[in-house]
Write a protein that binds this ligand. Sequence first.
Ligand SMILES: NC(=O)c1ccc[n+]([C@@H]2O[C@H](COP(=O)([O-])OP(=O)(O)OC[C@H]3O[C@@H](n4cnc5c(N)ncnc54)[C@H](O)[C@@H]3O)[C@@H](O)[C@H]2O)c1
Length: 465
Amino acid sequence: MTPPKDIPYRVDMARSVSNSLSLSTSPTSHFHSPPSSFKDRPQYNKQLKPFQRESIKVLLLENVNQTGRDILEQQGYQVEFLKSSLPEDQLIQKIRDVHVIGIRSKTKLTENVLKHARNLIVIGCFCIGTNQVDLQYAARNGIAVFNSPFSNSRSVAELVIAEVIALARQLGDRSMELHNGVWNKVSNGCWEIRGKTLGIVGYGHIGSQLSVLAESMGMSVIYYDVVNLMSMGTARQVSSLEELLGAADFVSLHVPELPETKNLFTSKQFEQMKNGSYLINNSRGSVVEIAALVDAMRTGKVAGAALDVYPNEPGGNGPYFSNELNSWTADLTKLKNVILTPHIGGSTEEAQSAIGIEVANALVRFVNEGATLGAVNMPEVNLRSLTLDEPNHVRVIFIHKNVPGVLRRVNSILGNHNVDKQMTDSRGEVAYLMADISDVDQGEIKDLYQSLEEDSSRIRVRVLY
Ligand SMILES: NC(=O)c1ccc[n+]([C@@H]2O[C@H](COP(=O)([O-])OP(=O)(O)OC[C@H]3O[C@@H](n4cnc5c(N)ncnc54)[C@H](O)[C@@H]3O)[C@@H](O)[C@H]2O)c1
């Protein structure tokens, strides 16, 4: 542990950002950021409506947060709200008629369920994960899926701050001892965090929030990321993980689960850490080899650890954290100064509320305007909104198989009108085309729709006007 010292002001720390719009890696580029052509957005957007809002049927399961329900109800959609998930047979009955379904993690939207969803155009997962949905099947049938991966970033960052202090003061052990009737007043090996160095691995949504909080508490922050990212405050990006490990008193991991991040921390990385430093992992269980952490703690190399995520995690609450789940559990739980939490980093009321707002807004944008920004199974396509000054404009959405020749055929159908703007993108087998065309008489809309419906590549056609 380095003794506390004042953090010098460093003028060399501003870094430039190299980031592309398609990456969700920069904390300063929210994944819903519109492209630059949105800057001149007029004040009075035209409400697109090939349908009466009241004819849009929404089914919300699993007690979706009130914030999300309010947004959907304010649109005038017919919203049915249920507190629980449904058994498969009841789900199949209900899903037949709805255009939109909102779920959390318990509802399984398998191919068997989705094939009954005749009218469904979009699924909202009011949570982080989407593996409860057959994403491929949904995409092949023109059903977009949205989730909310970043609404709980702040909650995770705050938990890390709590853990930094708790580890530095051995709070977990003192509390456990007193619960067992043992008074153990010690100061040996207990530290203030002021002036200590926090090393953040992965400087994305969570890492950058943490950076701000840690600095405000007098810590010096360094970070390592595979992308060159702009620092928050006076934090400093270092050029290698090894450099970070050699300088940090606390190391906090915030990388995504990728093949490259699997076992990012093994005995080699623990060796590179400072003697008596601390490790915090609130990212993914696969990132740290726990057996190596146990060894590093037994030798005193690592003075404490906080873990919120594990290679294998139980499917529900109960007494499941055992060697049967992960072979090293008994070794880990015997160690001093180890804080273990059951994947609660993002579990706060605020995060649930933010998830409700984010997912409901994505659903509304998709239903009303066809925008797929943030979709997890479709290409991300958007155009700036039509305005009230554009009365004879129509927005055409053509979700189609990603095969040669489609654009030529579609543009020959649209070609009788002026194509003001158009965007198309593909993801695997599915492509998504959005075009705003002008000079369209109301009477021509049906023919336009019919011609597109007849194209052999068609998955789904929507005409919004
Ligand atoms: N404990 C929880 O409850 C909880 C809640 C939310 C998120 N998470 C997890 O936290 C992690 C971070 O989430 P986020 O929202 O900040 O993600 P993010 O995508 O915003 O940021 C991840 C950052 O890691 C960087 N990165 C990728 N590979 C790297 C590598 N090999 N070395 C160094 N940097 C690398 C990326 O460039 C990016 O800047 C994810 O694994 C996520 O699943 C956990």
